[in-house]
Design a protein around this ligand. Structure first.
Ligand code: MG
Ligand code: MG
Length: 272
C-alpha cells in the first residue's frame, strides 16, 4: 500500500533528505586520489550525527557501514574499503539518514580526478535520465511511465538498464511501496497519489544490463566489468507535480559547478 504523507511530514522528509544532501556535498571535496572509501565512510557518519540525525544504512538489513560505496564496475551496495582511490575511477556513493523518524536516501556518482570522456558520458546520461524519470512522476501517471522514460532514454545511448534493483517509496521505512523500476511500460503499474514520496534511482551500465551478486551477500558488479553509474533523488508528489526534496546543490557548490537542472522541480528557490 502506498502511504501518502501530509505536508508536515513532507517537510520532515525534506530535512532528512537535506541531511544526506549536505553529507554528499561534504564528501564531494574529499573524493580524490589517495583517499580510502573507509575514510569517507567515517567522515560521513560523524557529519550525519553532527546534524542530529542517524546514519540510515548502518545496521539496516545488517549492513555494516554508513555509506554504500561502489567504484567503477560495482553497481551498488559496495562496502567501504581501505583501498585508496585512483585518478580516473568513478565512485557511486549512496547515503541514508534518519531524522524525525523519516528516511532520506540519495546517491551521486563522483569522478575521481580526471576521467575518460566515455565514462563521463555515462555519468551525464545517467543523471539526465534521473530527471527524465522525475518529470513523469505526476498525478495521472503510473509507475511504468517513470520506468519507461528512464529505460528509453538510457537505451537510446546503448546503455544497459539494471533490472534486479529498483527505486522505492520512502518514509518511516527505507523501502515502502511502490517499487520504482528503471524500466517499464507506459500506463502500467500502480497509480501515483498526492503526497507520496519516492526514491528514483537509475542504475545504468555502460555495457550489458546483466549483473553479478558477490559472495559477500552485498556487492553487485556488472557482468562484463564495464562501469556503472547511480544517481538518486527523493521526490514528493505535491499539487500533482514532482517536488524535489534532495539536492545536488551542495555537491555543485563544493565542486564549483553551475547548474539549474533542479529548478523545474522546486516550488520555491532552495536556499543552501
Ligand atoms: Mg540510496
Ligand atoms: Mg534508494
Amino acid at each position: 500500500m502506498i502511504i501518502s504523507k501530509t505536508r508536515e511530514e513532507i517537510e520532515f522528509m525534506r530535512e532528512s533528505a537535506l541531511v544526506v544532501s549536505r553529507t554528499l556535498g561534504m564528501l564531494a571535496k574529499e573524493v580524490k586520489p589517495g583517499v580510502t572509501s573507509l575514510k569517507l565512510d567515517q567522515l560521513a557518519e560523524e557529519f550525519i550525527r553532527e546534524q542530529g540525525a542517524i546514519p540510515g544504512f548502518l545496521g539496516l538489513y545488517d549492513f555494516p557501514n554508513t555509506l554504500c560505496i561502489s567504484p567503477n564496475e560495482q553497481v551498488v551496495h559496495g562496502f567501504p574499503t581501505d583501498v585508496p582511490l585512483v585518478e580516473g575511477d568513478i565512485l557511486s556513493i549512496d547515503c541514508g539518514a534518519i531524522k524525525n523518524d523519516f528516511y532520506g536516501d540519495h546517491a551521486y556518482t563522483f569522478a575521481v580526478g580526471e576521467i575518460d570522456p566515455e565514462t563521463q558520458k555515462l555519468l551525464d546520461v545517467t543523471k539526465e535520465s534521473l530527471y527524465v524519470g522525475i518529470r513523469e512522476f505526476k498525478l495521472g501517471n503510473r509507475v511504468g511511465d517513470v520506468g519507461y522514460a528512464i529505460q528509453n532514454y538510457c537505451e537510446s545511448f546503448g546503455y544497459g538498464v539494471v533490472r534486479e534493483l529498483v527505486g522505492h517509496g520512502l518514509g518511516k521505512k527505507m523501502h515502502e511501496d511502490p517499487e520504482m523500476p528503471n524500466y517499464g511500460k507506459r500506463g502500467r503499474g500502480k497509480k501515483f497519489i498526492e503526497g507520496m514520496v519516492v526514491a528514483i534511482e537509475p542504475m545504468i551500465n555502460m555495457g550489458t544490463k546483466r549483473i553479478v551478486q558477490h559472495n559477500d551477500g552485498w556487492t553487485i558488479t556488472t557482468m562484463d566489468n564495464k562501469p556503472s553509474a547511480h544517481f538518486e533523488h527523493n521526490v514528493a508528489l505535491v499539487d500533482g507535480k514532482p517536488e524535489l526534496l534532495s539536492t545536488f546543490g551542495y555537491i555543485y557548490e563544493a565542486l564549483g559547478i553551475e547548474s539549474d537542472e533542479e529548478k523545474e522541480f522546486r516550488l520555491n528557490e532552495l536556499v543552501l
